[in-house]
Design a protein around this ligand. Structure first.
Ligand SMILES: [Zn+2]
Length: 356
C-alpha cells in the first residue's frame, strides 16, 4: 500500500503589527508571493517546483482576511491554485473578523477570552459562523466546496469539531502536537486518521525528534524545521510501518528571509527552497511507494482498522545535529545580508490604506 504524502500550504496574509501600531498596515499578496528582484520566491517558487515534479499540493487558503481587504486579493490566488490543479481547502484566522467593526482598534487592544485569533475556547456557534462564512466565500469564488478545514494556529477543542460537523465539512487537519497541545489526550495525535465528533482528523505528522535521558523532543513535520535527510528517513519509516499518510506543513513565506513584518527587505531562503525541491524530486522518483494526490483525496479514502493507529515515528539526533548547525549559520548570514540590502520598492503598496 502506498503512503499518501500531503504537502499542505497554509496560504495567508499578515496583520503585520497593525493591531498595535497605527503607522503600519496588514500585508496581502507580498506575504504569499514574496517578490524580490522581480521574482516570486514564495508561492511562485513552490508552484514551479510542484509543476516540475508532478505533485498535487493542498493549499489551506485563509478567507476571513476579506473583512479587511475589501478588494479580495486572495480570490485571484485561490483561482490560480485551483487552475493549476491543486487541492484548495479552507483555513481561517478569526482575528481578521474584527475588521467588520468600525472600532476594531479598540477591540483588538482589549484582552478577550478566547483571544482574538483563537479557536481554542471559542463558542461552538461562533466557530460555526466563521466556517459558514468560509464556505460562502468558496461559493462566491466559484471554487469547489472545501472538504477539509484547518484552523488558524492549529487550535482545536471538542467544540470546534462539533461546529465543523454541523457545517458539514467532513475532514480536518487541526492537530500538530508540537505546535499546539491543549493537554487533552484525545487530541495527542501523531499520525493516522481519527474520527472526532463526526469529523475525520488527519494530523500533521508529529515525530520524536530526539530523546536523551529525561527529555523527549517532539516535532511536527515542516520544511523549515527538518532537512531533506530527516524528512526522507521519516517517509521511509512511515512506509515500512504501514502509516497510511504523512501530512507536512509549510507556508509560502518559509522560502524567504525577511527583515521585518512589512517585508521591506527580503532574500530568498535557499536552504528551504532546496529542501522542498529535493522532497518533490524524491516523491516523483518513488511513486511506487508514495502518492501525492492532495489531502482531500487522502482523507476520503475508506477508513480501515489500521487508520486510527497513532504511530510515533522516530527521528535521529545524528541527523538533527547538522541541520541545527546549518540552519543557525545560514539564518545569521541571511540577517546580516538583509541589513545591507535596499528596501524593496513596492513593499509599501502591499497593504491597503487603513479603514476609515
Ligand atoms: Zn494560519
Amino acid at each position: 500500500m502506498r503512503t499518501q504524502v500531503s504537502i499542505t500550504v497554509d496560504t495567508e496574509f499578515s496583520i503585520a503589527g497593525a493591531f498595535r501600531d497605527r503607522t503600519v498596515c496588514p500585508v496581502a499578496e507580498q506575504r504569499v508571493w514574496c517578490v524580490s528582484d522581480y521574482k516570486s520566491h514564495g508561492l511562485g517558487y513552490m508552484l514551479d517546483c510542484f509543476a516540475q515534479y508532478g505533485i498535487t499540493a493542498t493549499f489551506f487558503v485563509e478567507v476571513l482576511n476579506r473583512h479587511y481587504f475589501r478588494r479580495d486579493p486572495m480570490r485571484g490566488i485561490a483561482e490560480k491554485l485551483h487552475a493549476a490543479g491543486h487541492d484548495v481547502q479552507l483555513h481561517l484566522h478569526p482575528c481578521w473578523a474584527v475588521f467588520q467593526h468600525e472600532d476594531w482598534r479598540e477591540r483588538a487592544r482589549v484582552r478577550t477570552k478566547p483571544s482574538i485569533d483563537a479557536f481554542y475556547g471559542r463558542a461552538e456557534d461562533e466557530s460555526l459562523k466563521l466556517m459558514e462564512y468560509g464556505l460562502e466565500t468558496f461559493h462566491t469564488w466559484g471554487l469547489p466546496t472545501p472538504t477539509v478545514f484547518r484552523s488558524g494556529s492549529l487550535h482545536h477543542d471538542d467544540a470546534l469539531y462539533r461546529a465543523q460537523a454541523r457545517a458539514g465539512i467532513p475532514y480536518s487537519s487541526h492537530v500538530g502536537v508540537a505546535v499546539f497541545d491543549s493537554g487533552d489526550e484525545q487530541y495527542r495525535l501523531y499520525s493516522g486518521r481519527h474520527e472526532r465528533h463526526g469529523v475525520v482528523e488527519c494530523p500533521i505528522l508529529t515525530f520524536r525528534d530526539w530523546k536523551v535521558p529525561g527529555k523527549t523532543h517532539l516535532k511536527s513535520l515542516t520544511i523549515t524545521g527538518s532537512n531533506f535527510a530527516e524528512t526522507r528517513m521519516l517517509l521511509e519509516q512511515a512506509h515500512r510501518e504501514g502509516v497510511e499518510q504523512v501530512v507536512i506543513l509549510t507556508h509560502p513565506f518559509e522560502y524567504v528571509h525577511t527583515s521585518d513584518q512589512q517585508m521591506s527587505r527580503m532574500r530568498r531562503h535557499r536552504v528551504n527552497q532546496r529542501r522542498l525541491a529535493r522532497l518533490c524530486e524524491f516523491l516523483s522518483e518513488n511513486t511506487d511507494r508514495f502518492a501525492t494526490d492532495g489531502l482531500s483525496a487522502a482523507a476520503a479514502m475508506p477508513l480501515r482498522a489500521e487508520s486510527s493507529r497513532n504511530v510515533l515515528l522516530k527521528g535521529s539526533l545524528l541527523k538533527a545535529m547538522p541541520r541545527m548547525v546549518e540552519q543557525a549559520a545560514y539564518d545569521k548570514y541571511a540577517m546580516w545580508r538583509l541589513k545591507h540590502q535596499p528596501v524593496v520598492p513596492w513593499s509599501t503598496s502591499t497593504g491597503l490604506p487603513n479603514l476609515k
